[in-house]
Write a protein that binds this ligand. Structure first.
Ligand code: F6R
Length: 256
């Protein structure tokens, strides 16, 4: 894991955008895994401003709420169109988001896995983290080998996401999410976190034991993970000085 700590969320978003831009430059037909929620908003804003060529890019989103039509203001379909897709030149047929209204959810999940495989796998996966340590919506005690499937949201996650829905009651109970096994197959995972309320989850993910009690900790077993944090999200890390020192002393050829 490479832990990159920046003075602000804006500075993190700039670094993350440079990583994605480099990926698209090296391979204009890249397959990207995308996240929703508050965390990637600044990154998407940066990417839009960069005016990159997305015409050959394929995307797979991590998750979607079950029971929300695409047109619902809080569906992740709506989120992605509003905050990224309608501002870039991506081909509609290259966009993949789980269908929260699917009648046959197991089939929809199996198809999603197959589509990822057929696309050649995910080159770069963008991740946020829940305050309970979830990635995607793999809540604590999710199988560390899980694939795309339906999950029941933890109470804490529904409480955290009530801010988007007006009330906790309005937050759907179920989601379709890529599994931890799916995320682990991405060639590069880019985990972003901002703010003090993510500090504990980040400390557990980076320095805690690998455990399904803290799903993001499984990323310790992945060969290429970049964890990009603002100061507040990094504030509970024990080895913070080491991470800063490593970043400051990167060989020039490794610079981002
Ligand atoms: C969203 C997702 C979730 C969020 C996490 C953090 O697609 O997969 O894991 O990244 O719940 O959400 P925010 O960024 O709103 O704090």
């Amino acid at each position: 894991m490479e832990v990159i700590i920046q003075p602000s969320a804006e500075a993190v978003a700039k670094i993350a955008a440079r990583m994605l831009a480099r990926q698209l430059l090296e391979n204009p037909a890249s397959v990207l895994g995308l996240a929703t929620g508050s965390t990637p908003l600044l990154l998407y804003r940066e990417l839009i401003a960069m005016r990159l060529d997305w015409s050959r890019v394929t995307t797979f989103n991590l998750d979607e709420y079950v029971g929300l039509p695409r047109t619902h203001a809080q569906s992740y379909h709506s989120f992605m169109w509003k905050n990224l897709f309608r501002h870039i030149n991506i081909a509609r047929e290259n966009i993949h988001i789980p269908d929260g209204m699917a009648e046959d959810i197991p089939k929809c999940c199996a198809d999603y896995e197959r589509r990822i495989r057929d696309a050649g796998g995910i080159d770069l996966q963008v991740l946020g983290i829940g305050t309970d340590g979830h990635i995607g919506f793999n809540e604590p005690t999710s199988s560390l080998a899980s694939r795309t499937r339906i999950k029941t949201l933890a109470e804490r996650t529904r409480r955290d996401n009530a801010r988007f829905f007006g009330s906790e009651d309005a937050v759907p109970r179920h989601v379709i999410t890529m599994g931890i096994g799916t995320i682990m197959e991405a060639r590069l995972n880019l985990l972003l976190a901002f703010g003090e309320n993510k500090a504990r989850a980040i400390a557990e993910a980076v320095e805690g034991p690998v455990s399904s009690a803290h799903p993001a900790s499984m990323l310790q077993m992945h060969p290429v993970v970049k964890v990009c944090l603002d100061e507040a999200a990094a504030s509970r890390l024990q080895r913070i000085d080491y991470y800063r020192w490593v970043y400051a002393n990167k060989p020039a050829w490794q610079a981002i």
